[in-house]
Design a protein around this ligand. Sequence first.
Ligand SMILES: N[C@@H](CCC(=O)N[C@@H](CS)C(=O)NCC(=O)O)C(=O)O
Length: 210
Amino acid sequence: MYKLYWSPGSAAMAPHAVLLELGVAHELQQLDPKKGETRTPEYLKLNPHARVPTLVEGEMAMYESAAIVQYLCERHPASELAPAPGTWQRPLFLQWMTYLTNTLQEELSHWWHAEAYVGADEHCHKPLVETAERNLDQMWRFIDGHLAAQGPFLLGARFSAADIYLTMLARWSRNCAKPANRFPALGRLIETVKARPAYARMLEQEGITQ
Ligand SMILES: N[C@@H](CCC(=O)N[C@@H](CS)C(=O)NCC(=O)O)C(=O)O
């Protein structure tokens, strides 16, 4: 039985949606970071970074959303949420998952959490946020171009957990000057993923309407 520690709209969205896609037994434990619930001694033993998500399975506890998603796909290969090791699409799946978490997610983090990078002085936030906005625009454009040429999904005709991850990140751009869903091919992918029962259920359970 899996246990997922989460908070609404956070990086836990993708693992949460993947658990529902897989249809595996799991327990959800909601935490409120603002109330210090990610900083209790018990939770810090599971996740020393005091963040969500964390996945627990028996004695095992792991953090990092992208790693959790990849682990769950590996544990449940029959779901075909990721291409199997050794198949030709596997490297592309790994490439996209790493690009999404390492590059796109990091840039979104600059946009949302400038203070974590340049300190509390708000004068320093503007240049970082503006740069992040420009970089994000280029990244969405790049992904949109890829989907237009080789989509409809990141792996072409094949839906995968990488599309779930991308849809989670796309939501985080909703307050940017040009959000991800304004790019046509990207917008179509987002709508397709949001229409999946598991993703829709995740949004409902997290109380997310926009
Ligand atoms: N790279 C991590 C990022 C985790 C992360 O930053 N989580 C945020 C929510 S999206 C969090 O827990 N923030 C609470 C805090 O910083 O107090 C992942 O993808 O799991």
